[in-house]
Design a protein around this ligand. Sequence first.
Ligand code: AMP
Ligand code: MG
Length: 410
Amino acid sequence: MSDLLDYHDALNTLLETHAPVAGTETVGLEQLDRRVLAQDVLVQYDVPAFDNSAMDGYAVCGNDCDSWQVVHRIAAGDAGAGQRLETGQAARIFTGAPVPGGATAVLMQEKVSLDVASNRISLPPASDGAAGVRQGLNIRYQAEELQRGATLLPGFQRLAPAAIGLLSAQGYTHAPCVPQLRVAVFSSGNELVEPGQELQEGQIYDSNRQMLAALLRAQGFAVHNGGILPDKLAATRAALRQAAGNNHAIVCSGGVSVGEEDHLKAALEQEGELIQWRLFIKPGKPFTWGRIGDCRVFMLPGNPVSSLVTFQQLALPALMRMAGLPAEQARPWQLRARADFSRGKAEPRREFVRVALQGSPDGYRVQPLQRQGSAMLSGAAFAHALAEIPPGVQVEPGQELAVYPLAERF
Ligand code: AMP
Ligand code: MG
């Protein structure tokens, strides 16, 4: 396959050669969504913090008694420490309320009968004839889930909403995070016009910049809109140089192919280092990466679908490494699915087809969307996923393919 790099080699190299950006940012609870912890966070209070009831019912002392005298009432939020039960006594108790000293179990209220006159509770005889109540039934004991000093959340993991809940449950107001990635986005091409401006003959509206900005924002990155670069080397160099000084990464599209009007590669070589150019993939062959100082640069092809595919499959995994994720989690999320289509003609390059993904009783199935051209964004707008067809492979119905969900759809 000549001098072109295979997709999987490119992906592995990108994952190996991009690392979390240096430093730590202290981030408040309300900004933690999708952020990545820069270090382990420890348990500061036992979970649960005190023995408490898992049910609405009665805390009892003495699991072999026939009945219990109700002597206390404890609701969630009450300080239960003062109350104690002796054998044969019970406390009316509610879910989350502290279990009184001496309690050996909590009986669900649906299972007991209460004699109102005597304020005594009893259990109906067990159907299997077994006597007694299991020790600790329906009591959530202090520290049974997590003990103070243990790891609450490991570093270098992306915070899911449940993890934010967990931090909150520990009373944390802030957490130490990998700095938010700052990414500058440029488009390149004399033909491009900003939506809202009037189109002249030969011009088109820019689609890639807003698409890429949306993809970056969906990951929680801070996006700097760098605008449209003209097909001029000097102006391109100046814009990249300036953006490199203020951002962790630059993502640009267009101008990276072999035409005389393509200046992005030359600009990168002159301002920094071009590390790789051209991959053996369809669409997206001219995908290029490099660096200007510490700023990582990803140059995507101009055709909008090529931009989308190379961003999802290559630039984004590298950016996720920079955002703090370990390589295995920065990889595109992969499922296996069966083809609901056939394709007789084998394509020499590794191909990423825009597909609809559907569940079925025997697993996921995929079908290509219409309009697969690399300039045809309409064929990608409703895609669920990219299906990978290895080089030289024909596709038979039912054949198993690797499929990469477009994460921002889920
Ligand atoms: P290029 O890579 O500059 O040769 O561009 C390849 C094709 O993609 C050309 O048809 C360009 O007009 C088109 N293109 C480049 N950038 C964009 C963009 N930001 N939005 C829409 N189309 C673009
Ligand atoms: Mg161009």
